[in-house]
Design a protein around this ligand. Structure first.
Ligand code: ZN
Length: 237
């Protein structure tokens, strides 16, 4: 059974943190085109954490989720609330360095734009590789095997639409869906870095939601959850 730290007394926390990993979910509120909710990445993060808790709940303590994060690449669109990379990086550092017992901590986020802050914080983290590529390709050299299979489909495209159809179909407005930039992201890295997503896609979409379906979303979620559990197992050893 999963323990949320907000429910513990200090002695209980001190006793339980000794042999568990503290998991801190990092959400995101940012535009996801005209058809997906702005909390899409938070919904996905929450679902993956629930699966992690179901499978490894006795080996972790769960912190409350941070609702906002770094989404500057979307800030020219309404519906985006970004604290920026520097502030997020500082916040993550404070969260871990103020911890007197130096517990093992794992940050978890379905939003790839948090990668630069995560790298700065020097703590274990998990982000879907599929997102890592796109939203951070402009700033970070990624190994070839980290180049995701859904590269051109990184934001509010078929992948995220399928996942949301699996999680919260009531929040998906398929009749509003439009395609966005469909080309290679590595070729427009400098535009993404200087002008954000709007520089290549006026709809705010990277990819094409056409063909998205629930079954595909369930399969993607299962793959992401398995990857998250693998990372957790490495951190908790
Ligand atoms: Zn997203």
């Amino acid at each position: 059974m999963t323990t949320t730290i907000a429910d513990l007394t200090r002695p209980e926390f001190e006793e339980r943190i000794r042999n568990r990993v503290l998991v801190i979910p990092i959400g995101s509120i940012e535009q996801h085109g005209p058809h997906l909710p702005i909390g899409t990445d938070s919904h996905i993060t929450t679902a993956l954490i629930e699966e992690l808790c179901r499978l490894r709940g006795d080996r972790l303590l769960l912190a409350p989720p941070l609702p906002f994060a770094a989404s500057d690449e979307h800030s020219s669109f309404q519906g985006t609330f970004s604290m920026g990379t520097n502030l997020l990086a500082s916040l993550l550092k404070v969260l871990t360095t103020n911890d007197p017992i130096q517990s093992r901590t794992l940050f978890v986020s379905a939003h790839g734009g948090n990668l630069p802050a995560f790298l700065t914080a020097s703590q274990p983290f998990w982000i879907p590789r599929t997102h890592v590529l796109v939203e951070a390709a402009a700033q970070w050299e990624l190994p070839a095997d980290a180049r995701g299979i859904w590269e051109p489909d990184a934001h509010a495209g078929r992948t995220e639409t399928s996942v949301m159809l699996a999680l919260r179909p009531d929040l998906v407005h398929l009749n509003q869906a439009v395609h966005g930039y469909n080309g290679s992201l590595s070729s427009v890295g400098s535009i993404l870095a200087s002008d954000g997503i709007r520089g290549v896609s006026s709809s705010g979409v990277l990819g094409d939601p056409a063909g998205a379906n629930r079954e595909e979303g369930l399969a993607i979620l299962a793959a992401l959850a398995a990857d998250l559990v693998r990372t957790f197992d490495q951190v908790s050893q």
